[in-house]
Design a protein around this ligand. Sequence first.
Ligand code: KG4
Ligand code: ZN
Length: 342
Amino acid sequence: MAIYILGIESSCDDTSAAIIKDNVILSNIIANQDVHNNFGGVVPELASRAHQQNIVPVVETAFKKAGIDKEQINAIAFTRGPGLLGSLLVGISFAKAFALGLEIPLIEVDHLQAHILSHFIHDENKMPPSFPFLCLTVSGGHTQIEIIKDYFTFEKIGETIDDAAGETFDKAAKILGIPYPGGPFIDKYAVSGNPKAFKLPIPKAEGFNFSFSGLKTSFLYMIRDNLKENDKFIEENINDLSASIQKTIIDTLMEKLIKASAATGINTIAIAGGVSANSELRSRLKSESIKRKWQVHIPEFQFCTDNAAMVAIAGYFKYKDNNFAEQNAVAYARQGKGLRKP
Ligand code: KG4
Ligand code: ZN
């Protein structure tokens, strides 16, 4: 018999609900929150309020689009963390009430694990990655390389020691006066820019780790110095500035990914998280795959940034593993609070 799971994602500023039938997504509804655009980042209090307004209509739309009844759902999967506590609480409370009302089990999902498992959503045009594979997970809050051994066993071999890659895109965008989230705008401006126009320092960190805070500061100082000479510096150079910062971030990510593949001997490489939507990262990965004979796995755009389809697929694997959550499960803000095997 088919397994139907409702997935709920509310860890940051997107309210999302998805319904999955086994590994096939029937609906994946995402409500973005525009309230943060002018603040240069997510305002936690505003995010929780927006989740409260969005959650019921988003779930209702997910059911309508999937064309199924609530009674058909076998379990509800929710993101337990990491993320903003106030935001997570909205999704978690909704999931608990839904599970109680329908007398169905709850499944807790780790947000980063969900990003990675989105590669296993059924797609008739491509095969999922085979284990073990390396995954570079790059989002607004995290940047890490892991060896994915099976659906539940991930070994982290490198991570950022300060800012995340998405955060660096967003902070660079803020310096350029671009609204939050700036990553997609930088990507767009960079298409018409020269990536070599402004030389920025390649950030250094040990092993497979990353560091982006120095790059952000160099970018800020370079712009500040140029603005002293020319107050139209940003508007006259927005494309080149975007292309240059983007190239530096992507060069840094690719350098460590290449190093990790060489050191582990793993040639199946995946990317996940919001920054995996970046066109430069996607094309660099494709060109490296030809050069290095990598098998690369790049998520569909709708599964890069936060979405509940990824929570639903993670829920599906946990359901089959009989791994259910208690009604007293509490949200956690930081990674590594017990959902993953070491
Ligand atoms: O995974 P995600 O939706 O949320 C978190 O879990 O953080 O990632 C959001 C991040 C933001 O920093 C956003 O600017 C970045 O992903 N992002 C991009 C692009 N699309 C989203 N960064 C660069 N290029 C893009 N095309
Ligand atoms: Zn995310």
